[in-house]
Design a protein around this ligand. Structure first.
Ligand SMILES: C[S@@+](CC[C@H](N)C(=O)[O-])C[C@H]1O[C@@H](n2cnc3c(N)ncnc32)[C@H](O)[C@@H]1O
Length: 233
Protein backbone atom coordinates (compact mmCIF):
# COMPACT_ATOMS: atom_id res chain seq x y z
CA UNK A 1 0.00 0.00 0.00
CA UNK A 2 2.75 2.44 1.02
CA UNK A 3 4.57 1.44 -2.16
CA UNK A 4 1.51 2.35 -4.24
CA UNK A 5 1.26 5.75 -2.59
CA UNK A 6 4.97 6.30 -3.34
CA UNK A 7 4.59 5.13 -6.95
CA UNK A 8 1.58 7.39 -7.46
CA UNK A 9 3.45 10.30 -5.89
CA UNK A 10 6.49 9.97 -8.14
CA UNK A 11 4.23 9.43 -11.16
CA UNK A 12 2.43 12.69 -10.38
CA UNK A 13 5.79 14.47 -10.13
CA UNK A 14 6.78 13.08 -13.54
CA UNK A 15 3.43 14.17 -15.02
CA UNK A 16 3.93 17.69 -13.69
CA UNK A 17 7.47 17.82 -15.09
CA UNK A 18 6.16 16.65 -18.46
CA UNK A 19 3.40 19.30 -18.45
CA UNK A 20 5.90 22.02 -17.51
CA UNK A 21 8.42 21.07 -20.19
CA UNK A 22 5.85 20.42 -22.94
CA UNK A 23 3.08 22.95 -22.44
CA UNK A 24 4.07 25.57 -19.90
CA UNK A 25 7.70 26.69 -20.27
CA UNK A 26 7.60 26.94 -24.08
CA UNK A 27 4.59 29.29 -23.84
CA UNK A 28 5.51 31.18 -20.65
CA UNK A 29 5.44 34.98 -20.97
CA UNK A 30 9.01 36.35 -20.70
CA UNK A 31 8.05 38.45 -17.65
CA UNK A 32 6.61 35.36 -15.91
CA UNK A 33 9.87 33.52 -16.62
CA UNK A 34 11.95 36.40 -15.28
CA UNK A 35 9.86 36.64 -12.10
CA UNK A 36 9.95 32.87 -11.61
CA UNK A 37 13.76 32.93 -11.86
CA UNK A 38 14.08 35.85 -9.42
CA UNK A 39 11.72 34.11 -6.97
CA UNK A 40 13.66 30.83 -7.22
CA UNK A 41 16.63 32.59 -5.57
CA UNK A 42 14.51 33.81 -2.62
CA UNK A 43 14.73 31.80 0.63
CA UNK A 44 10.94 31.31 0.84
CA UNK A 45 10.57 30.23 -2.81
CA UNK A 46 8.53 27.19 -1.76
CA UNK A 47 5.59 29.64 -1.37
CA UNK A 48 5.41 30.65 -5.02
CA UNK A 49 2.60 29.55 -7.31
CA UNK A 50 3.85 26.88 -9.73
CA UNK A 51 4.25 27.76 -13.42
CA UNK A 52 1.49 25.35 -14.51
CA UNK A 53 -0.91 26.94 -12.03
CA UNK A 54 0.12 30.39 -13.26
CA UNK A 55 -0.76 29.33 -16.81
CA UNK A 56 -4.06 27.88 -15.57
CA UNK A 57 -5.05 31.09 -13.74
CA UNK A 58 -4.16 33.19 -16.78
CA UNK A 59 -6.35 31.03 -19.04
CA UNK A 60 -9.23 30.89 -16.53
CA UNK A 61 -9.37 34.67 -16.15
CA UNK A 62 -9.55 35.10 -19.93
CA UNK A 63 -12.26 32.42 -20.22
CA UNK A 64 -14.49 34.17 -17.69
CA UNK A 65 -13.66 37.67 -18.99
CA UNK A 66 -12.60 38.77 -15.52
CA UNK A 67 -12.17 42.51 -15.06
CA UNK A 68 -12.45 43.26 -11.34
CA UNK A 69 -10.37 40.83 -9.26
CA UNK A 70 -8.78 40.30 -5.87
CA UNK A 71 -5.80 38.35 -4.56
CA UNK A 72 -5.04 37.49 -0.94
CA UNK A 73 -1.38 36.44 -0.60
CA UNK A 74 0.97 38.01 -3.14
CA UNK A 75 4.53 37.03 -2.06
CA UNK A 76 6.76 38.09 -5.03
CA UNK A 77 3.78 38.33 -7.38
CA UNK A 78 3.87 35.32 -9.71
CA UNK A 79 0.09 34.66 -9.57
CA UNK A 80 -0.46 38.43 -9.50
CA UNK A 81 1.46 38.81 -12.76
CA UNK A 82 -0.43 35.85 -14.28
CA UNK A 83 -3.64 37.70 -13.39
CA UNK A 84 -2.63 41.18 -14.51
CA UNK A 85 -1.45 39.82 -17.87
CA UNK A 86 -4.88 38.23 -18.39
CA UNK A 87 -6.94 41.30 -17.44
CA UNK A 88 -8.01 43.89 -20.00
CA UNK A 89 -6.13 47.23 -20.00
CA UNK A 90 -8.72 48.78 -17.63
CA UNK A 91 -8.95 45.64 -15.44
CA UNK A 92 -8.18 45.83 -11.72
CA UNK A 93 -6.76 43.66 -8.98
CA UNK A 94 -6.91 44.45 -5.28
CA UNK A 95 -3.82 42.65 -3.96
CA UNK A 96 -3.17 42.16 -0.25
CA UNK A 97 -0.18 40.87 1.66
CA UNK A 98 1.29 41.48 5.10
CA UNK A 99 4.74 41.70 3.48
CA UNK A 100 5.52 44.56 1.06
CA UNK A 101 9.21 43.72 0.73
CA UNK A 102 8.59 40.50 -1.22
CA UNK A 103 6.02 42.23 -3.45
CA UNK A 104 8.62 44.89 -4.24
CA UNK A 105 11.07 42.21 -5.31
CA UNK A 106 8.79 41.30 -8.20
CA UNK A 107 7.35 44.75 -8.86
CA UNK A 108 10.06 45.93 -11.33
CA UNK A 109 9.27 42.93 -13.55
CA UNK A 110 5.53 43.67 -13.36
CA UNK A 111 6.21 47.33 -14.22
CA UNK A 112 8.41 46.34 -17.16
CA UNK A 113 5.56 44.14 -18.45
CA UNK A 114 3.34 47.26 -18.49
CA UNK A 115 0.62 45.90 -16.20
CA UNK A 116 1.41 47.51 -12.81
CA UNK A 117 -1.28 50.18 -13.30
CA UNK A 118 -3.94 47.48 -12.76
CA UNK A 119 -2.73 46.74 -9.20
CA UNK A 120 -4.02 48.27 -5.98
CA UNK A 121 -1.59 46.77 -3.43
CA UNK A 122 -2.50 46.97 0.27
CA UNK A 123 0.08 46.02 2.85
CA UNK A 124 -1.40 44.36 5.93
CA UNK A 125 -3.73 41.54 6.93
CA UNK A 126 -6.55 40.93 4.47
CA UNK A 127 -9.38 40.32 6.94
CA UNK A 128 -9.86 43.97 8.08
CA UNK A 129 -9.87 45.12 4.44
CA UNK A 130 -12.61 42.58 3.68
CA UNK A 131 -14.57 43.72 6.75
CA UNK A 132 -14.43 47.32 5.50
CA UNK A 133 -15.62 46.27 2.04
CA UNK A 134 -18.49 44.25 3.52
CA UNK A 135 -19.79 47.47 5.16
CA UNK A 136 -19.97 49.08 1.70
CA UNK A 137 -22.95 47.69 -0.19
CA UNK A 138 -21.52 48.88 -3.55
CA UNK A 139 -18.73 46.31 -3.13
CA UNK A 140 -21.14 43.41 -2.74
CA UNK A 141 -21.17 41.15 -5.78
CA UNK A 142 -18.52 43.33 -7.43
CA UNK A 143 -15.64 40.87 -8.01
CA UNK A 144 -15.42 38.57 -11.02
CA UNK A 145 -12.55 36.52 -9.61
CA UNK A 146 -10.81 36.17 -6.23
CA UNK A 147 -7.65 34.13 -5.62
CA UNK A 148 -6.90 33.13 -2.02
CA UNK A 149 -3.34 31.99 -1.34
CA UNK A 150 -2.43 33.13 2.18
CA UNK A 151 -2.92 32.05 5.82
CA UNK A 152 -4.72 28.70 5.60
CA UNK A 153 -6.15 29.01 9.14
CA UNK A 154 -8.22 31.99 7.93
CA UNK A 155 -9.67 30.54 4.72
CA UNK A 156 -13.09 29.92 6.27
CA UNK A 157 -13.09 33.46 7.68
CA UNK A 158 -12.27 34.72 4.19
CA UNK A 159 -14.99 32.56 2.66
CA UNK A 160 -17.66 34.05 4.96
CA UNK A 161 -16.88 37.49 3.54
CA UNK A 162 -15.84 36.66 -0.02
CA UNK A 163 -19.11 34.90 -0.77
CA UNK A 164 -20.79 38.33 -0.54
CA UNK A 165 -18.07 40.21 -2.43
CA UNK A 166 -17.86 37.90 -5.45
CA UNK A 167 -20.62 38.34 -8.03
CA UNK A 168 -23.19 35.65 -8.72
CA UNK A 169 -21.52 33.56 -11.44
CA UNK A 170 -18.09 34.79 -10.31
CA UNK A 171 -15.31 32.52 -9.08
CA UNK A 172 -13.27 32.22 -5.88
CA UNK A 173 -10.13 30.05 -6.15
CA UNK A 174 -8.74 28.61 -2.92
CA UNK A 175 -5.15 27.49 -3.30
CA UNK A 176 -3.30 24.61 -1.62
CA UNK A 177 -6.40 22.51 -0.99
CA UNK A 178 -4.28 19.33 -1.28
CA UNK A 179 -1.82 20.88 1.17
CA UNK A 180 1.37 19.08 0.12
CA UNK A 181 -0.60 15.84 -0.19
CA UNK A 182 -1.17 15.88 3.58
CA UNK A 183 -4.97 15.71 3.15
CA UNK A 184 -4.54 11.98 2.45
CA UNK A 185 -1.63 11.34 4.84
CA UNK A 186 -2.03 8.77 7.60
CA UNK A 187 -2.08 10.20 11.17
CA UNK A 188 1.48 8.93 11.83
CA UNK A 189 2.97 10.15 8.51
CA UNK A 190 6.10 12.29 8.94
CA UNK A 191 5.02 15.81 7.97
CA UNK A 192 6.92 19.08 8.20
CA UNK A 193 5.77 21.15 11.18
CA UNK A 194 3.98 23.87 9.17
CA UNK A 195 2.29 21.24 6.99
CA UNK A 196 1.01 19.42 10.08
CA UNK A 197 -0.14 22.69 11.67
CA UNK A 198 -2.36 23.78 8.77
CA UNK A 199 -3.54 20.31 7.70
CA UNK A 200 -6.70 20.27 9.83
CA UNK A 201 -7.69 23.76 8.66
CA UNK A 202 -7.42 22.63 5.03
CA UNK A 203 -9.43 19.46 5.74
CA UNK A 204 -12.12 21.55 7.44
CA UNK A 205 -12.19 24.02 4.54
CA UNK A 206 -12.55 21.23 1.96
CA UNK A 207 -15.51 19.74 3.85
CA UNK A 208 -17.16 23.14 4.31
CA UNK A 209 -16.82 24.05 0.62
CA UNK A 210 -18.24 20.68 -0.45
CA UNK A 211 -21.26 21.28 1.81
CA UNK A 212 -21.89 24.93 0.89
CA UNK A 213 -25.11 25.20 -1.19
CA UNK A 214 -24.27 28.77 -2.27
CA UNK A 215 -21.50 27.56 -4.57
CA UNK A 216 -20.63 24.96 -7.19
CA UNK A 217 -17.13 23.60 -6.71
CA UNK A 218 -14.38 21.92 -8.67
CA UNK A 219 -11.19 20.79 -6.92
CA UNK A 220 -8.28 20.35 -9.31
CA UNK A 221 -4.86 18.75 -8.74
CA UNK A 222 -3.09 21.73 -10.34
CA UNK A 223 -0.08 22.94 -8.35
CA UNK A 224 -0.80 22.07 -4.72
CA UNK A 225 -4.52 21.74 -5.43
CA UNK A 226 -6.93 24.56 -6.24
CA UNK A 227 -10.64 24.55 -5.49
CA UNK A 228 -12.74 26.74 -7.74
CA UNK A 229 -16.01 27.96 -6.25
CA UNK A 230 -18.62 29.47 -8.55
CA UNK A 231 -21.17 31.54 -6.69
CA UNK A 232 -24.74 30.43 -7.33
CA UNK A 233 -26.85 32.68 -5.10
C1 LIG B 1 1.89 31.17 -0.54
S1 LIG B 1 2.32 32.84 -0.43
C2 LIG B 1 1.53 33.57 -1.80
C3 LIG B 1 2.11 33.15 -3.10
C4 LIG B 1 1.69 33.99 -4.29
N1 LIG B 1 0.29 33.86 -4.60
C5 LIG B 1 2.54 33.66 -5.50
O1 LIG B 1 2.01 33.46 -6.60
O2 LIG B 1 3.77 33.61 -5.36
C6 LIG B 1 1.37 33.37 0.95
C7 LIG B 1 1.44 34.86 1.23
O3 LIG B 1 0.40 35.18 2.15
C8 LIG B 1 0.83 36.27 2.92
N2 LIG B 1 -0.03 36.35 4.12
C9 LIG B 1 0.03 35.59 5.24
N3 LIG B 1 -0.93 35.96 6.10
C10 LIG B 1 -1.62 36.98 5.50
C11 LIG B 1 -2.74 37.76 5.87
N4 LIG B 1 -3.33 37.59 7.06
N5 LIG B 1 -3.20 38.69 5.01
C12 LIG B 1 -2.60 38.87 3.80
N6 LIG B 1 -1.53 38.16 3.40
C13 LIG B 1 -1.04 37.22 4.23
C14 LIG B 1 2.30 35.95 3.20
O4 LIG B 1 3.01 37.11 3.54
C15 LIG B 1 2.74 35.34 1.88
O5 LIG B 1 3.37 36.28 1.05
Amino acid sequence: MAENVETNGSQQARHQEYILETSVYPREHEAMKELREITAKHPWNIMTTSADEGQFLNMLLKLINAKNTMEIGVYTGYSLLATTLALPHDGKILAMDINRENYELGLPVIEKAGVAHKIDFREGPALPVLDEMIKDSTKHGSFDFIFVDADKDNYLNYHKRLIDLVKVGGVIGYDNTLWNGSVVATPDAPLRKYVRYYKDFVLELNKALAADPRIEICQLPVGDGITLCRRLT
